[in-house]
Design a protein. Structure first.
Length: 73
């Protein structure tokens, strides 16, 4: 699908949706193609995937025990 800039401005949301569905969308200036809309590839990476699997974190603000202090000396 090719569309001139003026028409593309009015239908940008629709063109983005078509591009996400895999349709080639080309925007032209004066009948000459200048850009192609393509969706950004998703990697599938999500934050929190291993949430709760690492165990409890130590309390870094609590005072050290005598053993821990001796290890530092």
């Amino acid at each position: 699908m090719q569309m001139n800039i003026a028409d593309a401005k009015a239908k940008l949301s629709e063109l983005i949706s078509l591009s996400e569905q895999g349709q080639e969308v080309v925007i032209a200036r004066g009948g000459q193609p200048v850009v192609r809309l393509v969706p950004i590839a998703t990697t599938g990476f999500r934050f929190g995937v291993a949430q709760g699997e690492g165990g409890a974190l130590p309390d870094f603000l609590s005072p050290m025990t005598e053993e821990e202090l001796a290890d530092w000396e």
